[in-house]
Design a protein around this ligand. Structure first.
Ligand code: RAM
Length: 486
């Protein structure tokens, strides 16, 4: 019987081995008095545990020492004033500790941090103290020695690939985390892109398998959709949100997995769940085969403020139907006929009801006539329009200041994918160089959760310090560069 226990056991069977590397920062020791602070640079973004020692200098300290230790993914985070934090996610995500230490000792900090810089402030000490023996023990389940070499000759693309594989490496822990600073959770949308990039880089298929089973063990909502995230610690817990596009992308992740591993056992285990995601989606289509909003429903698509998402969501459905019917056909499952005939019907419905012939774009009432890159891209990925017509529309929307534009590398992955689908390789290369290269110009060691070139401090959470600067869904340049030989 394939129930929660069965899936969790399968997930546990594929538990990865973490590999640890000791990093010694640029400074080996530092003597400080009250009010002094100093910054350690690890010279790379890393995820793990920090330890250090401190001792008396001349006088024996006769009272506890109070330190403030901050971990920053970049220098802006190190230097900003956390008391002004105004984000809408908990301020406890900010990586800062106050330590009261009774006497000189070796301090092994118990929590895991994601950082490149560590700032130590001596808030109070009676007499100067000397710090030494700084050590950051970095952890990842990625096997660096297994990293497939990247063949690009282009210097910027090489650099982008390096930062992208670093991003993936640091998100690869006991499962694919979305970001090792925040949320440290397994999310479907992130998983799909991490898994895809993983096949071309570290190629660890066990961890993908593990993540697929972790979701299979989750609790579906009343409409039948999988949770969009799960927790692993302190015990397994299915997430509260059930994002419609993420539930569909779970199915795509299974299709990708089979394409890269030909592992039919896993597909057989997950097939019923995949079918039920698509069937649940079919159940919310109206008589014209257009998706209708459901109570308590949420589509993600991108963090673009004010984005209307119904057309894009419909595109994700088409994209999934196409991939899933291909999978069923390959494995000889007769249901492929049902899903591919749905695909044809829904595609023509989208052209009929969601496309505006005068505007030559997907602008419609479902989205309050909002013009967005997101709608156009997902309709292209869904195969509603093709060839020159699609190419013109893609270029037009990216160029149009009035169109809603993507704000995350996640959505930009799908823009790049649409370009590749339409054979626009040169545009795709340029797009990667501009957007991911833009983060590198701003000093990124790993790629960020959100990036708006005109507003680099943009945050979906109302405060830049809440942003994750090593975010899994941003790692896909390595997929494009390696798969398509950029
Ligand atoms: C945030 C994270 C995560 C994403 C969800 C929708 O919490 O950025 O990566 O998948 O939103």
């Amino acid at each position: 019987m394939k129930n929660k226990d069965y899936f969790l056991k399968k997930a546990q069977d594929n538990y990865p081995v973490l590999k640890f590397t000791a990093i010694t920062p640029d400074i080996s020791d530092f003597t400080a008095s009250s009010g002094d602070s100093f910054i350690l640079d690890l010279a790379q973004h890393a995820v793990g545990h920090f330890s250090f020692s401190f001792d008396n200098v001349e006088k024996f300290i006769d009272a506890p020492v109070r330190l403030i230790i901050r971990f920053g993914e970049d220098m802006k985070e190190i230097n900003s004033d956390f008391s002004l934090y105004n984000g809408n996610v908990s301020k406890t995500w900010l990586q800062e500790e106050i330590l009261n230490l009774d006497y000189p000792q070796k301090v092994c900090m118990p929590r895991r941090y994601a950082c490149r810089y560590i700032k130590i402030t001596v808030d109070e000490t009676n007499y100067p103290i000397k710090f030494f023996d700084f050590r950051f023990t970095a952890a990842t389940s990625a096997d660096i020695s297994a990293l497939i070499p990247c063949n690009t000759e282009d210097a910027l693309l090489k650099k982008i690939d390096c930062v992208a594989t670093n991003t993936l490496k640091n998100c690869m822990q006991t499962f694919f985390e979305d970001g090792p600073k925040r949320d440290r959770r397994l999310w479907t949308g992130d998983l799909r892109l991490e898994a895809l990039t993983n096949y071309y880089t570290f190629n660890n298929s066990e961890i993908v398998k593990r993540c697929l089973y972790l979701f299979a063990a989750g609790e579906c909502d009343r409409l039948g959709f999988l949770p969009s995230y799960v927790y692993e610690t302190p015990y397994y817990k299915s997430g509260e949100a059930h994002i419609a596009d993420y539930a569909l992308l779970y199915v795509v992740t299974v299709c990708d997995y089979y394409e890269h591993t030909a592992d039919i056992c896993v597909v057989n285990d997950l097939l019923q769940i995949c079918k039920s995601q698509l069937d649940s989606f079919e159940a919310v289509l109206d008589e014209n085969m257009i998706v209708t909003m459901q109570e308590g429903w949420f589509a993600f698509i991108d963090w673009c403020p004010g984005l209307e998402k119904m057309t894009a969501l419909q595109g994700v459905y088409l994209y999934t139907l196409e991939r899933f019917s291909e999978l069923l056909k390959t494995i000889g499952d007769e249901d492929f006929k049902k899903y591919s005939s749905l695909l044809t019907q829904v595609r023509s419905a989208c052209k009929k009801y969601l496309y505006d012939e005068n505007e030559k774009a997907f602008i419609n009432e479902s989205d309050n006539r909002q013009f967005s890159v997101h709608s156009q891209i997902w309709m292209i990925l869904g195969g509603v329009i093709n060839g020159k017509e699609a190419e013109n529309l893609l270029l037009l929307c990216l160029d149009n200041k009035n169109a809603k534009q993507p704000v995350t590398p996640y959505m930009r992955h799908y823009v790049t994918e649409a370009m590749m689908k339409l054979g626009m390789k040169d545009n795709a290369v340029q797009y990667l160089k501009n957007l991911w290269g833009g983060m590198i110009e701003l000093g990124a060691d790993t790629f960020w959760e959100a990036y708006v070139p005109e507003d680099p401090d943009f945050s979906p959470y109302g405060d830049r310090n809440a942003n994750s600067l090593c975010h899994a869904w941003s790692c896909t340049p390595s997929y494009f560069i390696r798969k398509y030989g950029f």
